[in-house]
Design a protein around this ligand. Structure first.
Ligand code: HEM
Length: 539
């Protein structure tokens, strides 16, 4: 090895010198003369430098396992897994299922991936301080998320968490959010679906839910209305750039070495150029949101941005990061959860029918929900929503960074400075956690005598768990259930090809179906509304 490195470096240095000598020009003559006089000295120096450089690269590759030859790493590097699995998450699920400890290593990524409940509790709670987001990860997402809550640790995280908790745990605010969601459904979502019932039009429900959740989160968090659900308007440029930035940032995390994207970023080429352009649009529009909020006055307002503005005052870069983080938190996750929920209902009419039966019992023949209290009584709906996110968590995996070398409860050693990932998507599909029917969509598993029973959050970390648990969980569930109920009571939604098959996901920070969710929508007939069981026999 050492011999080949020496000969390689000598060869490179002699090639370099011969290149210099075959490239004479007037300006180079004195320099060349100097080199000629000291030829052997420079040749030796260059060889030694190259030798040291190659040794350093070899050591780093060895330490980082960049050259790992194991079957899993080779399958990752050559993408040969894609011959057998539609999605990377399905391949990881297969590997995790077959691992005795439910933990695997992707050496080339320096990543330990686990679906072991005890490990998850250890990472998210017991040894929380040893598993922060970490600098490598916040660098990857830094251009997009800046110093927003998802991308920081320590004091910056504590401050934003405190502010967001004050906002999101306030009962008045939840009521405010409920009113926004109801008005968005009544005035925009339902009319849009009504209009699509004509002429057997095919609708991309994923696109509709993205527009819906974008409008809702903007109205709730910033007190501004982008009106994306007005479908005659193109999807706002902001939203399009937002999707692109999320996708390209996620792809950075999949690169074998950060140097790949860092070099592209330095030269502003390829995906990094597109990321920079997308982030520029996001920045312009986020600043516009802040400017408008400032002009409209913020001291009296209930929205989240106003609350931050009264504390942060003039730091517009920080406010921009807060705007972007809350959009990511509230838009993509909710749209993703609704999309997979309607996908599963399309395949399970018996669950859809059960939801309607329960709603008729609790709400009666009235079309709309009137109160929060009513929503809480819908146990089957709550169970169905949790069950859907068990199989299709909006955030399929989440990574942390190991500060000091550690040993997980299953005995797995984690090196300092490497990545640790817990995988809710795989966890939802493990027999050891959910039993032998783990792949079935069965809301009943969440009910005891008809009453919803939550699970251990480390077994179901869909909203994360421990110290960094999702702060918008209750609000999100309210939004998901209100939308689902309103649509199910008014429409019959049928999947159409290619959305009937197993979903393929696009790369991104949250799960999205790469071909959208294509459906046909029909008004529910009067008889169906009165007798929901009729729906099954006729479909
Ligand atoms: C189905 C919908 C949702 C799901 C599945 C979900 C899931 C998650 C997950 C997994 C995290 C941890 C992310 C990380 O640390 O990397 C998180 C954090 C967070 N979520 Fe949600 N979320 C949802 C909706 C919302 C909504 C609607 C809001 C608020 C408007 C929200 C606000 C937050 C905030 C502020 C955090 C950061 C908590 C912290 O770091 O301390 N989420 N969420």
């Amino acid at each position: 090895m050492a011999f080949s490195l020496v000969s390689l470096s000598l060869h490179i240095s002699s090639s370099f010198l011969s290149f210099i000598f075959h490239f004479p020009s007037m300006e180079l003559q004195p320099l060349l003369q100097f080199f000629t006089n000291h030829l052997y000295f420079f040749s030796l120096l260059l060889s030694l430098t190259l030798l040291l450089l190659l040794i350093a690269i070899a050591r780093v590759s060895h330490r980082k396992n960049i050259l790992c030859n194991c079957q899993t790493c080779q399958a990752y590097l050559t993408s040969s897994w894609s011959q057998y699995f539609h999605n990377l998450c399905d391949w990881y699920t297969h590997l995790l299922r077959t691992s005795p400890t439910k933990t695997i290593h992707i050496h080339v990524l320096r990543n330990t991936i686990t679906a072991n409940t005890e490990n998850v509790e250890y990472i998210l709670k017991t040894r929380f301080h040893n598993f922060p987001k970490g600098k490598p990860f916040s660098t990857i997402l830094g251009d997009f998320l800046g110093k927003g809550i998802f991308n920081v640790d320590g004091d910056a995280w504590r401050f934003q968490k405190k502010m967001a908790t004050l906002e999101l745990n306030n009962h008045g605010i939840t009521f405010f959010a409920f009113e926004i969601v109801k008005s968005e459904i009544h005035n925009r979502l339902v009319p849009l679906l009504h209009s699509s019932t004509r002429n057997g039009a095919v609708l991309d429900l994923q696109d509709v839910f993205r527009r819906f959740s974008f409008d809702s989160i903007c109205r709730f968090s910033f007190g501004l209305d982008p009106n994306c659900l007005e479908r005659s308007l193109p999807m706002s440029q902001f939203a399009v750039c937002f999707d692109l930035a999320s996708k390209l940032s996620a792809e950075r995390a999949m690169a074998l070495s950060p140097y790949v994207w860092k070099v592209k970023r330095f030269f502003n080429v390829g995906s990094e150029k597109r990321l920079r352009q997308a982030v520029e649009v996001i920045n312009v529009l986020a600043r516009e949101v802040i400017k408008q909020r400032r002009e409209m006055g913020f001291s009296e307002n209930k929205d989240l941005l106003s609350r931050f503005m009264s504390t942060v005052h003039d730091d517009d870069t920080y406010l921009r990061d807060i705007v972007v983080s809350f959009l990511l938190a509230g838009r993509d996750t909710v749209a993703s959860a609704l999309t997979s929920f309607f996908y599963l209902l399309g395949k399970h009419p018996e669950v859809e029918s059960e939801i309607r039966v329960e709603a008729d019992r609790v709400i009666g023949s009235r079309e709309d929900l009137t109160s929060f209290e009513e929503l809480k009584q819908l146990h089957y709906l709550q169970a169905a929503m949790h069950e859907s996110m068990r199989l299709f968590p909006p955030i399929q995996f989440d990574s942390k960074f190991c500060l000091e070398e550690d040993v997980l409860p299953d005995g797995t050693k984690v090196e300092s400075g490497t990545r640790v990932t817990y995988h809710p998507y795989a966890m939802g599909r493990l027999e050891e956690i959910w039993g032998c029917d783990c792949l079935e969509f069965r809301p009943e598993r969440w009910l005891k005598d008809g009453v919803f029973h939550p699970e251990n959050p480390f077994k179901y970390p869909v909203f994360q768990a421990g110290f960094r648990v999702c702060l918008g969980k209750e609000m999100a569930l309210m939004e998901l259930k209100t939308v689902a109920l309103s649509l199910l009571r008014k429409f019959h939604i049928e999947l159409v090809e290619p959305s009937c098959g197993n979903p393929r996901f696009s790369p991104g920070l949250t799960a999205s179906f790469s071909s959208g969710l294509l459906v046909k929508v029909r008004e529910r007939g009067l008889e169906q509304q009165l007798n929901p069981l009729l729906h099954i026999s006729t479909s």
